[in-house]
Every structure is written in C-alpha cells, then in structure tokens.
Design a protein around this ligand. Structure first.
Ligand SMILES: Nc1ncnc2c1ncn2[C@@H]1O[C@H](COP(=O)(O)OP(=O)(O)OP(=O)(O)O)[C@@H](O)[C@H]1O
Ligand SMILES: [Mg+2]
Length: 440
C-alpha cells in the first residue's frame, strides 16, 4: 500500500470510526484498548501512533460489525415481538367483539383499551383511553376495579343504573393473567349483564299468578255465596232459586272460559318456537271462522261483512289457531263495537319487496280505544275498562292469545284505533310463493 492510499484508508477509517463512536459506546472501548496497546509497546514515536490507530480501527471495525449484527438481530426480534403482540391483540379484540353482552377491557393503569360493539351501543360516551368511571360512578364498581387491579381476584357487583335508562346490571370483573409487560395490554375484562329483562319476567310471572287467581276467585266466591243462600233462606223460594241458579250458571261458564283460555295460552306459548308447516288458504279459513259467528252477530243485532282477496291466499298456518284468532277479533268487534254496527273482515295481499304477505283485518265502528292503551292491549288480563269488560264476559286473555298465535306464525299484529270512529285489528303473514302449476 502506498502512502496516499494508506492516508485515504486512514481518513476513511477515522470517519467510519467517528460515526461508529457516535453510534456505539463499545467503540470507545476498542479505541482505548488500541491506544493502551501502543503505549505498552513502548513510547509514542509517530509510526507507533499510526500503528496504534490502525490497530484501533481494525478492532473498532470488528466490534462495530459484531454490534451491528447484534443490533440488527435485536431489532428484528423486537419487530417480530411487536407484530406477534399486535396479532394477539387483534385476535382477542375480535373474539370480544363477537360476544353479544357488553364487554370492556382495561389496561394495567385502569384505562379503557377496548369496548366491544354491544358495550358501544349502550355506553356511547366510552372511548379507548378513557376512564371506566364514565360507565358508572357507583363507588362499589370503582372499588371493585381497584381491587382487581391490585390483587387480580375476580369481582362481581350489581349496580342500579339510571342512564341511559333504568336498569339493574351485574358486572363481572376478571383479571387477565399477565403475559407481557406491555402497559397497554389487557389487564381487566369487565363483562356486563343486564338483569332488567329477568326482573321483568319474574314480575310478570308473579302478576300472572295473582291475576289468574283473582279472576277465578271472583266467580268462585259468588258461587259459594249463592250455594249458601240456596241452602239457607232461599231454600223454599222457587223464584229466588231459579234466579240464583241462572247467575250461578253464568259464573260457572265464566270460570270454565277462563280455564279454557289459560290452557289455550299455555299451549300456544309452548309451541311458539315451532312455526306451522301446513299450507292453508286464508280466504277459506277466515271465511269459515266468520261464518261460525253469524248467529252471535245476529243475536247482537250486528252484521258481519267478509271480503276475500283475489286468487288464493296461501300461507303456512295452523287452521285451528287462525280460526281462534279471527273469532277472538270478531267477538271483540261485536262486544266493544257500537251496538248493531257492522264488523268487516277483509283478506288482502300486501306487497313487500319481491315477496308478498297476506293481511287479515277486522274492523269495527265502535267508540275506539284511547291511544295510551294500545301498546298494552295484548298483555294478559289487560282491559281498557275492567268492569264493563268483565260484565261482557271477557277474561282479558283474548288478545294475548292472538298475539302468541301470530308470533308462532312469524307474522305481525297491528292495532289501529281512532276515537269515535272505530278500531282495526290486523294480522299479516308471509304469503307462500304461488307455483305456476297451482295457478292454472
Ligand atoms: N274492538 C275493540 N274495541 C274497543 N276495545 C277493545 C276492542 N277489542 C278489545 N278491546 C279492549 O281490549 C281489552 C282486551 O281485549 P281481550 O280480547 O284481550 O280481552 P276480553 O275481550 O276482555 O276477554 P276475552 O277476549 O278473553 O273474552 C278489552 O277488555 C277491551 O277493553
Ligand atoms: Mg276478547
């Protein structure tokens, strides 16, 4: 190597060394060792300084190459770790998003790192990075979070919420085992379960038993009273006896109607999850149900009008149940409509996109129903005017049965009413596609 190329190599080496020195502390060590070696070899003559510098450069290059390899390996491994962690985070987030109940995840610092869609739907204010106190400020809940973060033991608390609506919520807080030191990794999973529906069902069951016993107790008490009277002071009074026996007959019939309706309701509720599979023509079924009520209408001085729809109106249905629905609705029209006014029953086809549905409407010209009662009419034992309804022999179960039957048929039930003009009760069921051969 000539002097110039040696000088160039030295300059290049020094520049590289300076760069390496800035990058790595290990280089400093190498230079120090080189310098030290030269000093030990005795004295500081110029060629020795040059030799020491060259030695230092060789060492520096070796050390930096090694450091470079180690650094690259380190970077690659941390990149791999980061992408594995991101993949894992993607997976647990996707799994929680599929849970139908609200779930919220906190990190080690107690901040929110994930909100699944069910939770977002109810708690619109929650945001990743936010605090769980936005979910509830209830001290029991906040304390439970602190405890899980502290000791990792599962906590379950129940809180009463007012916002966004009144409800009772059970919150389970579970610690996630620590798998990484990532501060933003999941630490606490908060699962919420709304107990409001469960409470409502419990109340409904209790109300139902109370209502059913009350409905039975009234005619039963009347029967017992008349029996005692007949055994006592009316025993020798044929006129009173005949009158009392008439009333007793009515009360017994009422009880038997109530028991029939209760059984009917429980039967249809039990089968509600199994939709009917038989194809029936609603024109025929509804016509038969209306015809069977002609004598009742005549006795009430009312008229029944029936209008079928054009062509067959085929649906999947249970004939007996559809007859029961139509009879309940027509009897209501006769009972609660204006005395002597007509009750009209219409079957028609309703288009709905590429498919169509068959609608059956029962319309009366009675006094109508105040709007505040409409949403509750299909509840068991709900009556607009309990006293007059009972006097008319109603049990208050008719529309509840209707609703369950229509649910079983996967249909829709609508009630429209205008005060002073009358009411229309409509049920709608999907029409079965008509085969061209059947139409011929
Ligand atoms: N066409 C109608 N016009 C006005 N009110 C009605 C009409 N149909 C029903 N209602 C009101 O809705 C209430 C509930 O009706 P539902 O058929 O369930 O019971 P009900 O007729 O009293 O008894 P049931 O039908 O079991 O003999 C009735 O008590 C009545 O107050
Ligand atoms: Mg009724």
């Amino acid at each position: 190597m000539d002097q110039q190329s040696f000088g160039d190599a030295l300059r290049l080496g020094l520049r590289t060394a300076a760069r390496r020195v800035r990058q790595r502390a290990s280089l400093l060590l190498a230079v120090t060792i080189g310098g030290g070696a030269v000093a030990l070899m005795g004295g500081l003559s110029p060629w020795m300084i040059v030799l020491g510098a060259a030695l230092a450069l060789v060492l520096a290059a070796l050390v930096s190459l090694e450091g470079e390899d180690a650094g690259a390996a380190e970077r690659a491994s941390s990149r791999a770790q980061r992408s594995a962690a991101a993949e894992m985070a993607g997976r647990w987030r996707a799994a929680l998003d599929a849970v139908p109940d609200p779930v919220i995840v906190l990190n080690h610092g107690g901040a929110i790192v994930h909100i699944n869609p069910a939770a977002r739907e109810i708690y619109a204010l929650l945001r990743p990075g936010g605090q769980p106190s936005l979910l509830s400020r209830d001290p029991i809940f906040l304390q439970a979070i602190d405890e899980v973060l502290d000791d990792g033991r599962q906590q379950s608390v129940e809180i009463q919420e007012r916002i966004p609506f009144d409800r009772r919520v059970r919150i389970t807080l579970t610690a996630v085992p620590e798998t990484s030191a990532d501060e933003d990794g999941p630490r606490v999973v908060i699962a919420l379960r709304d107990l409001t529906d469960q409470d409502r069902l419990g109340r409904m069951r209790a109300d139902f038993v109370a209502n059913a016993s009350h409905e039975l107790r009234t005619p039963l008490a009347s029967l017992v009273g008349f029996i005692e009277t007949l055994q006592g002071r009316a025993s020798d009074d044929p006129v009173a006896r005949a009158r009392f026996l008439g009333i007793m007959g009515q009360q017994a019939a009422r009880m038997s109607r109530l028991v029939d309706d209760l059984l009917s309701l429980s039967r249809v509720e039990m089968r509600e999850h199994v939709p009917p599979r038989t194809a029936i023509d609603l024109n025929d079924t509804v016509a038969a149900a209306v015809q069977a009520l002609e004598p009742v209408a005549r006795a009430a001085g009312a008229t029944l009008k029936f209008s079928p729809c054009d062509g067959p109106a085929v649906v999947l249905g249970e004939t007996d149940e559809i007859v029961q629905v139509v009879q309940n609705l027509v009897q209501n029209g006769l009972k609660y409509g204006a005395p002597g006014s007509p009750v009209a029953v219409t079957v028609r086809r309703e288009a709905r996109g590429p498919t169509s549905r068959i609608a059956v409407a029962v319309r009366d010209e009675g006094p109508g129903i105040p709007p505040e009662h409409l949403p509750r009419l299909t509840e068991r034992f709900y009556r607009v005017n309990p006293k007059s309804s009972r006097e008319k022999g109603g049990t208050g179960l008719g529309l509840a049965i209707v609703k369950h039957i229509i649910n079983r048929h996967r249909g829709e039930f609508r009630i429209e009413s205008e005060l002073g003009k009358g009411s229309t009760f409509t049920f709608v069921i999907d029409e079965q596609a008509r085969r061209p051969s059947a139409a011929l």
